[in-house]
Design a protein around this ligand. Structure first.
Ligand SMILES: Nc1ncnc2c1ncn2[C@@H]1O[C@H](COP(=O)(O)OP(=O)(O)O)[C@@H](O)[C@H]1O
Ligand SMILES: [Mg+2]
Length: 377
C-alpha cells in the first residue's frame, strides 16, 4: 500500500499541511521539536485511529483550536482509497470516513496498516509486561478487527468483576455477593483473545527468528512465546477456543477464594506476557543492550512480513529516530527488505542521513515549524 497524499489540519503543530510523499523511502529531516514525530503520528493515526503516544485524542488537537482533521489518499492493491478522520474536542467526537462513507472505528482499523518503530520500542524487551500486552493488542487489531471488540468487552467485564471482588473483600464473608454472573461472558472473550494472541505469537516468532538469524549471521536464535497466567496454556501446545474457555473457567474456580480475599481477578489475558528469548534465555534479563535492540528490529521486520502474509499487502513502515542508531549492517538489512516493496518514512536530525549512501534513492524533506519543504542541500 502507498500513501499518495496526506493533509493535516490543526493536528499538533501543523496548522495546515499538504504532503505528497514519494513511493519508496521518505526522509523527514529537521532539528528537534519541528514536527517530524507528529507527522509520523498522523500517518499512524490513519491506520489505528489512536496515537502511539497518548490515549487522549484531545492532545492531538492544535492548542487553541476546537478540532483536527486528517485526510490520506492511498493506493491499495491498485485501488485508490480515501480515508478521513475528524476529531472534535468539545464533544469528544471522532468521525471516520472511508471513501466518503462514515465508518465505525472498529471497522475502519486496519484498512491501512503501519509498522512503527521508535526508540521507546526498546521497552518491548526491557519494560513491564503491560508494554508487551499493549504491543500484541495493537498489532493483532490491525489484522483482526474483531479482536478489538472482544478486548474492549473483556476490559469492561473485568472492571465490573473487579469491583464486585473488591466489595466482596471488604464485606464479611457471609454477605459477599456472587461474582460468577460475569464469568461465562468473560470466558468467551478471554478465549477469543488468548487464542488470537497465541496464534499471532506463533506466526510472529517464526518470522522474527528468520530475521534475527540474518541480522546476527546465524549466531542467535530468537524465540517468542506466549506466557499465560493460565498455567494450563503454558506449554507449546495447540488449543481450541473451547478448551481455552474451559481452562479459563476452571482457573477462575480454582483461584476464587484468593480472588475474594485480594479483591482482584488473578487470571486472564490482562495478566499475561510475551517471552522474548535469545538462545533460550530471557532477552529482558540476560540480553545485552545491543542484543535487545536487534531483537526489537527483528520483531518489527517480522511484523512487516506478517502483515504482508495476512493482508497480501505491505504496510507503511514508520521509523522514528531509529535509523541512524542502527549500524551499517543493520541499516543494509533493513533497506534490503523494504527496497521497492515497502513505502517507508524515516525521521532523523542532522546531515548524517542525507550523506548516507544507502539512502540516496529516497525523497528528502525538511521539516521545520510544522511545515514540510523539499530538501535543498
Ligand atoms: N497539540 C499541540 N498543539 C501545538 N503544538 C504541539 C501540540 N503537541 C505538540 N506540539 C509541539 O510539537 C512539537 C514537537 O513535535 P515533534 O514532532 O515531537 O518534534 P520532532 O521533530 O522532534 O519529532 C513541540 O514543539 C510541541 O510543543
Ligand atoms: Mg521526534
Amino acid at each position: 500500500m502507498e500513501l499518495k497524499r496526506l493533509s493535516l489540519k490543526y493536528f499538533r503543530n501543523y496548522g495546515a499541511l499538504a504532503f505528497e510523499p514519494g513511493p519508496g523511502v521518505n526522509l523527514l529531516l529537521g532539528s528537534n521539536a519541528q514536527g517530524k514525530t507528529n507527522l509520523l503520528e498522523a500517518i499512524y493515526y490513519l491506520s489505528t485511529f489512536s496515537s502511539p503516544r497518548t490515549h487522549m485524542d484531545s492532545e492531538l488537537v492544535q492548542w487553541g483550536e476546537p478540532s483536527f482533521y486528517l485526510q490520506g489518499s492511498f493506493q491499495i492493491k491498485g485501488n485508490p482509497l480515501l480515508l478521513e478522520v475528524g476529531y472534535d474536542s468539545s464533544q469528544a467526537r471522532k468521525e471516520i470516513r472511508l471513501n466518503r462513507k462514515i465508518l465505525q472505528q472498529a471497522a475502519a482499523v486496519g484498512t491501512v496498516n503501519t509498522v512503527l518503530f521508535t526508540p521507546e520500542d526498546l521497552y518491548l524487551v526491557k519494560g513491564y509486561p503491560q508494554v508487551r500486552r499493549q504491543f500484541l493488542d495493537r498489532e493483532i487489531v490491525q489484522v483482526n478487527p474483531r479482536y478489538g471488540q472482544c478486548l474492549s468487552r473483556y476490559t469492561k467485564i473485568l472492571r465490573q468483576r473487579n469491583r464486585l471482588l473488591r466489595d466482596a473483600a471488604a464485606a464479611s464473608r457471609r454477605a459477599a455477593p456472587p461474582v460468577d454472573v460475569w464469568d461465562l461472558q468473560m470466558a468467551d472473550m478471554a478465549a477469543y483473545i488468548l487464542f488470537a494472541r497465541k496464534e499471532y505469537v506463533k506466526k510472529l516468532s517464526l518470522l522474527a527468528r528468520l530475521q534475527h538469524r540474518k541480522l546476527t549471521a546465524g549466531r542467535e536464535d530468537l524465540h517468542l512465546s506466549y506466557a499465560s497466567s493460565l498455567e494450563k496454556l503454558q506449554e507449546e501446545v495447540e488449543f481450541s477456543r473451547d478448551i481455552i474457555r474451559e481452562h479459563f473457567l476452571a482457573a477462575l474456580k480454582e483461584r476464587e477464594a484468593e480472588e475474594r480475599r485480594r479483591g482482584v481477578t488473578l487470571v486472564g489475558p490482562h495478566r499475561d506476557d510475551l517471552n522474548i528469548c535469545i538462545n533460550q534465555r530471557q532477552a529482558r534479563t540476560y540480553g545485552s543492550q545491543g542484543q535487545q535492540r536487534t531483537s526489537v528490529l527483528s520483531l518489527k521486520l517480522a511484523q512487516v512480513e506478517l502483515i504482508f502474509g495476512e493482508r497480501g499487502n505491505y504496510p507503511l513502515l514508520l521509523l522514528d529516530d531509529v535509523f541512524s542508531e542502527l549500524d551499517r549492517e543493520r541499516q543494509r538489512s533493513l533497506l534490503g527488505l523494504i527496497r521497492g516493496r515497502v513505502q517507508t518514512f524515516i525521521s532523523g536530525t542532522g546531515d548524517a542521513l542525507v550523506k548516507e549512501k544507502t539512502l540516496q534513492e529516497g525523497t528528502f524533506y525538511h521539516i521545520s515549524e510544522g511545515r514540510a519543504y523539499p530538501w535543498k542541500s
